[in-house]
Each structure stands twice: as C-alpha cells, then as structure tokens.
Design a protein around this ligand. Structure first.
Ligand SMILES: NC(=O)c1ccc[n+]([C@@H]2O[C@H](COP(=O)([O-])OP(=O)(O)OC[C@H]3O[C@@H](n4cnc5c(N)ncnc54)[C@H](O)[C@@H]3O)[C@@H](O)[C@H]2O)c1
Length: 365
C-alpha cells in the first residue's frame, strides 16, 4: 500500500485482544504508531513485540502523535468514555465488544459521532467471514425462500478462576455475563442475517459460578419477518461449541465452530426438489475466515476512501438492544418488544436495570 494511504493507528489497552488488532491493522495496511496502556511495562512490551513506534500512558498523552484511528481494547466499562475522548480528539474509533455498557451510552456515542464528523465502528467480526457473506447474498437473492426457524447457541466454558478476576462478571464493568460478553457475537450474526427482531422472551440464571451476573441465558426471538429462533448464551457448558442453524423454506444452513469460523465450518442441506442450490452454495467461496483481519480490511479501506467503516453504531444498536431485552425479559418475566427499552426504562441505563434477581455480592458468595 502507498505510504500516503496508510492510516496512522493507535491501540488503547494492550492486553489479550490487542494482539489481534495489531496483526489485523498491519495486514490491512495501517501504520502501527502508538500503543497506549495505563500499565507502562505492558505497553512497552506490546509495542516492541508488535512493532509500534511509540507508547503512552493515556489517550490524552498520545494526542500529539497525528493518529487517524484508534482501537479501544480495554475492559468494557471504559469503552464509551474512551471513544468519546477519541472523537473529541478528532480520531476515528474501532470499539471492541460490547461497544458500550448500556443503550443510553450507545445513543450518546451516536450523538458525539455525528457532531465530530469522524466514525465509530464496532468489532463484530463474524459478519465478515466468506460463509456469512455467501449466505447473505443467497438469502438476498431469494433462492433460499423465507427464513423460518433456527437456533443460535453459544455453549462455552469458563471455570470459577475466570470469574475470580476482580472485574469479571460485574454489571458495572462488563455490562453482563455471557449474554453481553460471549453470545453477543453469535446473535449479532443472527440479527445481521435475519434483520430486525420484533420481540423476545428470555430466562437467565446463575447456576454454577460465583459471579454477580448470569452465567447462562436462554431466549426465544421473533423477527419482523415472522421467523423464530432460540438463543442460548452459556459459559457453563463443558463440551464447548458455537452453533447457528438457519432453516429457510428451501434449505438448512448450519455453522458450527468455536471462537472463529472458516468455510469448512458451514454445512448446506437443500430441501427436496431444491438440490441445485447445493451448487450455488459450493460456488463463489472466497475462503475468508471470520476474524479481526476480515473486518479491518473494510475498516481501513473505508477510512482511506472517506466511506463509513463497518459496523456502525446504528448497525450494532439492534444487537445491544437484544442483549438489553434478554436481561429485561429474564428479570421482569415479560416479553419485550424492540423499541420498548428507551428513555425512562431502567434497562436503558444498565443491562440489569438494577433489578437483577440473582443479587449476591461477590464477597458473600
Ligand atoms: N472480539 C473478540 O472476539 C474479543 C475477544 C476477547 C476480548 N474482547 C474484548 O476486548 C476487550 C479487552 O479484552 P482483553 O481480554 O484484551 O482484556 P485484557 O485485560 O487482557 O487487556 C486490557 C488492557 O487494557 C488496559 N487498560 C485498562 N483500562 C485502560 C485505560 N483506561 N487506558 C489504557 N489502558 C487501559 C489494561 O491495563 C490491560 O492491559 C474487552 O472489551 C473484551 O470483551 C473481544
């Protein structure tokens, strides 16, 4: 890539996921300029390992580095405030999941983004693998018929030690348990493909871990199209797997993987009389795995060309809204319709609405 077309990138928070961002930014052609972390030693080690030119202890201290884009890879409670700060410094922002802790913060970010003229994009990398793209194209063409029913299972396993890390499993730091933190990637893909959800009925519980939030939730979602899907978000499932199933009138499309997929993780079964669809599915694969590189290619291209980088806050909002609604339904015992959680609703400000029924202080557990 031409030197002139290389956006100057920074990363805030140089822990685990920052490595995926650095690799993906470099692959996409960005210049690795600034590694920011409150832990100076960690920032220095990360910068040396991944090839960043400079380090800083805060975003404010990095302000003079002439950055174009900054990736926020800190724990969730700092995402919204760091994104607001970055926008105020005139930077484009890539926000790790969840982009914010509440729907109110999502709205505040949208407003600040509009005023800044810069862009915020949310990391939902499973939208960008070639399998999901192919399914979107076939679905759009109409050959699959109507979407009918399916499931979306995040069946992962995190032991008690995982939750013993001080900030884990806290509403005010993580914004929730596996619904907000783990399953969100999967139901983001489901919503990306099946469009606006209409209503959800959910249950949640803390069945096996000492933690403040849920450790499992289950939900039934009705889409505006009429399609119905179940969604499980679990971190207490010993045989870990990630499963999505999309039943259309004319074919079943399945995806089974763990933390990322490639084309080999998809399975296509045509309905009787529609066998020709299997050839369409087999054609045209571009073998792009899901993951940060697949999304960053588009982000960097968009920044270079002045286009809007994906996934926008507006595109991510229904996913955050479904997470909030799963909590609201599980906690109130009611079915929640999309749009219902707005100003004045306790779940607009915090995913548990400060009403969660599993009230158990970690220290008492
Ligand atoms: N998209 C994915 O597949 C994926 C996977 C894992 C994690 N994540 C998300 O990435 C985020 C980070 O997760 P992680 O596992 O890398 O966490 P981590 O704890 O390994 O790293 C976080 C880093 O941020 C630093 N930090 C904290 N507050 C800071 C601040 N205000 N300014 C600068 N640095 C600060 C910490 O010192 C630490 O080095 C989380 O939101 C998590 O949900 C996403």
């Amino acid at each position: 890539m031409e030197q002139a077309n290389r956006p100057r990138a920074g990363i805030i928070g140089t822990g685990g996921i920052a490595h995926a961002h650095a690799e993906a930014l470099e692959l996409a052609g960005a210049e690795l300029v600034m590694a920011v972390d409150v832990d100076a030693d960690r920032a220095a080690a990360f910068a040396a390992k991944m090839g960043f030119a400079q380090t800083a202890p805060s975003l404010a201290a990095a302000a003079g580095a002439g950055l174009d884009v900054v990736a926020v890879c800190t724990p969730p409670s700092s995402h919204a405030s760091l994104a607001l700060e970055a926008l105020s410094l005139g930077l484009n922002v890539v926000l790790e999941k969840p982009p914010a802790l509440s729907l109110r913060q999502m709205r505040e970010l949208e407003e600040a983004e509009r005023a800044s003229g810069k862009h915020v994009c949310c990391v939902f990398q499973h939208r960008f693998g070639s399998g999901a793209r192919k399914l979107a194209v076939l679905q759009e063409s109409g050959v699959l018929g109507t979407a009918l029913t399916g499931f979306c299972n995040t069946l992962w396993f995190r032991n008690q030690e995982y939750f013993d890390v001080p900030w884990r499993g806290l509403w005010n730091v993580e914004g929730g348990g596996p619904t907000m933190g783990h399953g969100i990637h999967q139901f983001d893909l489901l919503l990306h493909l099946w469009g606006p959800w209409q209503e959800v009925t959910a249950f949640a519980g803390r069945l096996a871990r000492r933690t403040e939030t849920e450790d499992v939730s289950t939900a039934i979602v009705r889409f505006e199209s009429g399609a119905l899907s179940t969604v499980i978000n679990s971190v207490i499932s010993p045989r870990e797997t990630t499963q999505l199933r999309f039943d259309y009138e004319n074919a079943t499309v399945e995806l089974e993987h763990l933390y990322g997929y490639d084309d080999s993780h998809w399975r296509f079964t045509p309905a009787p009389g529609h066998e020709h669809l299997a050839d369409l599915w087999a054609d045209g694969s571009t073998v792009t795995p899901s993951g940060h590189p697949a999304q960053y290619v588009e982000i960097v291209e968009a920044i270079n060309s002045g286009a809007v980088p994906p996934v926008t806050l507006t595109e991510a909002y229904p996913t955050m809204e479904l997470a909030a609604a799963i909590y609201a339904s599980a906690i109130t015992g009611k079915t929640i319709r999309r749009g219902e959680i707005s100003e004045g609703n306790p779940f607009f400000d915090r995913a548990d609405g400060r009403l969660e029924p599993w009230k158990l202080e970690k220290s008492n557990a």
